[in-house]
Design a protein around this ligand. Structure first.
Ligand code: 13P
Ligand code: SF4
Length: 391
């Protein structure tokens, strides 16, 4: 029914130059060609028993997801990690900022492992602490910092979460961004929000859920003096959006949505709120990965869907519902290259090392950052409800 079919290419092993950390990982990495990898992972996990808890983000490869004790979006996984104080080791199959959050939310006795330290996130790397502190100083000089509430997307480094914690702010995820923004606007009369680091989630939530106009949202460019904004623009803004984006969701385009709709009037387009505003406003449904999964699970047999989120998840959804007609919303293959770094060899090395008493690739946030970031994360976890941007 569509010209943009779900690509059936083998999973790639790309690297992302933006997040390639060049970190040497200790311990032997088994070759991907080893036919016993599945058996080795199973044996090591069995040996560890309840001592290990494996978390898998929805964008992980199938070969990894099969060993996850729980799967979820970043909000669910943060809660799941916090709910297992008995597990000695948390193996986080996801990216670096998620493992940091798990370390912050678990006890000091627990150790969090990221199977490949190069699994970063280009969006998280777009907001460095020095840049955010410089922006805060500029907002103070403009006379507005005392009514600016910093809100950071979960997809940020621990020191950005700590910045929000010590400056009266909060963390949010794509599941609870609306609630977090409403909370932030309630903190001061005539409040403004500095939204980090994903301009698209911030804009989509502010405009589609809170009813702000696009003119009330300005973009802070960290590479320009005063974010590239005039004093009037800063004064008139309700949402100051950091100029960051997801390199995966930023690829989906309004042209493809329009072309698909022209070919198939029965199509339902569902996208993640990290997509551009022009894409989100053309979609029928918008929400976090967890929301997208539930929508596909509940879909009427025979219905037609185009999905705008990471390809590992879209392929898994298409496999799980052969009775639906599911397309990928991009003309090209579009995996998150850093999520894809966690593969079976890395997972086997993590589990076997732990089973032998060696912790490889531990993620440990320093105590001060941890305490301040936990303030902002706990504020998020205390917010009521989760949901869709539009559905
Ligand atoms: P969620 O897990 O919040 O849906 O975010 C998607 C994502 O890009 C994770 O890196
Ligand atoms: Fe980061 Fe986007 Fe990959 Fe998520 S999908 S880890 S936001 S680059």
């Amino acid at each position: 029914m569509t010209t943009v079919d779900l690509p059936l290419l083998p999973l790639g092993r790309g690297t992302d130059p933006n997040t390639e950390r060049g970190v040497e990982c200790p311990g032997d990495l088994p070759p991907a060609s080893d036919p016993t990898l599945v058996e080795r992972a199973r044996a090591a996990k069995e040996k560890l028993g309840d001592r290990v808890f494996v978390l898998g983000h929805h964008y992980q490869r199938d070969e990894v997801i099969q060993f996850a004790d729980v799967t979820g979006d970043s909000f669910k996984l943060a809660r799941d990690a916090a709910a297992r104080p008995d597990a000695e080791f948390i193996v986080f199959c996801g990216v670096h900022f998620m493992a940091e959050s798990a370390d912050i939310l678990t006890t000091d006795a627990q150790q969090v492992v990221l199977p490949d330290l190069a699994a970063g996130c280009s969006m998280a790397d777009m907001a460095a602490l020095t840049q955010v502190e410089a922006a805060w100083d500029a907002l103070a000089a403009a006379g507005v910092a005392d009514r600016v509430v910093p809100v950071t997307y979960m997809n940020s480094t621990a020191d950005i979460k700590a910045f929000c914690g010590r400056n009266g702010g909060v963390v949010c995820t794509s599941s609870n961004a609306e609630t977090a923004l409403r909370w932030a606007f309630d903190q001061h009369e005539d409040a403004k929000i500095l939204f980090l680091p994903d301009q698209h989630l911030g804009r989509n939530t502010a405009v589609l859920q809170l009813g702000f106009s696009l003119d009330e949202c300005v973009v802070w460019n960290p590479h320009r003096p005063n974010g590239g904004l005039t004093a009037e623009q800063i004064d008139g803004a309700r949402m100051i959006l950091w100029q960051g984006h997801c390199s995966v969701h930023g690829r989906f385009s309004e042209d493809v949505v329009d072309a698909l709709r022209a070919q198939d009037p029965d199509l339902t387009v569902i996208v993640h709120p990290e997509c551009k505003h022009e894409v989100v406003t053309r979609a029928d449904m918008v929400g976090s990965t967890e929301f997208i999964i539930k929508a596909i699970e509940a879909a009427e047999p025979g219905t037609h869907w185009a999905i705008g989120t990471e390809l590992n998840l879209v392929k898994r959804l298409a496999d799980s519902r052969p009775d639906l007609n599911i397309s990928f919303l991009d003309r090209n293959v579009c995996y998150c290259s850093t999520m894809n770094r966690i593969d079976l060899p890395h997972l086997v090395r993590s589990l076997e090392s732990l089973a032998e008493g060696v912790v490889v690739n531990r993620i440990e946030v320093d105590p001060t950052t941890q305490a301040e970031a936990k303030v902002a994360l706990d504020r998020m976890l205390a917010l009521p409800g989760t949901g869709a941007v539009r559905g």
